[in-house]
Design a protein around this ligand. Structure first.
Ligand code: SF4
Length: 207
């Protein structure tokens, strides 16, 4: 009952949610997701067109000067380690015949790539059923009682996979990200028009 109310509201707000990262190829998406850690899609979208036009092939990117990559991606933060990830990922993808491997175990060995990144990549690029738990998804899950406050991200992911039908995992992930980004924000969520107030654990703090 509670879950279906949440699903209905998310569907009404975002009937056709899409990933806001700009990309043209599988490796561009993977790198964009890696760059988005502790940053925003908006900032990533500011730097990736410059990065991928300066280095238009995997060969170019994997042979790029690290400091030049750092300079381009500086706005996304943590640019030292992210520049290293970008160059290494480009080299690894090149060594896999130029395609990002569609294999979780192989991808886990890529630098800067963890479970959340893999879930976003596989869900977005291949429409594989997966729920990536980022900061928005975690916060909303806990506010709405889909997870407990002390749950770690893997537990939240498992609870969401149980709560939602498998065929909509990717969609629910995107909807929760957008809900968290534009409505149920970390600070000063827009609770006024939200019809989920009666089931929200956050409401006491805001009303
Ligand atoms: Fe988020 Fe406020 Fe709605 Fe709770 S009532 S889900 S905090 S927008």
């Amino acid at each position: 009952m509670k879950t279906s109310r949440i699903e209905e509201y998310l569907d009404s707000l975002f009937p056709n949610p899409t990933c806001e990262l700009i990309y043209h190829t599988d490796y561009e998406l993977l790198i964009a997701v890696v760059l988005s850690a502790q940053s925003t899609d908006k900032r990533v979208n500011q730097v990736t067109p410059i990065l991928f036009s300066r280095y238009p092939t995997l060969y170019d990117l994997s042979n790029a000067n690290l400091e030049d990559i750092e300079e381009i991606i500086r706005p996304v933060g943590s640019f030292h380690k992210k520049a290293y990830y970008v160059r290494e990922i480009a080299a690894l993808v090149a060594s896999h015949r130029g395609m990002v491997p569609r294999d979780r175990e192989v991808l886990m060995k890529f630098p800067g790539v963890g479970r959340k990144t893999i879930n976003v990549f596989l869900s977005e690029y291949y429409q594989e059923p997966a729920i990536a738990v980022d900061t928005h998804v975690e916060r909303i899950s806990k506010r709405l009682g889909l997870a407990r406050p002390k749950d770690d991200v893997l537990t939240v992911e498992k609870k969401l996979m149980k709560a939602f039908p498998k065929e909509v995992w990717g969609k629910r992930h995107l909807q929760m990200v957008l809900f968290g980004r534009y409505h149920c924000k970390a600070i000063k969520p827009e609770c006024g028009p939200c019809p989920l107030k009666d089931i929200c654990h956050e409401k006491k703090k805001n009303f």
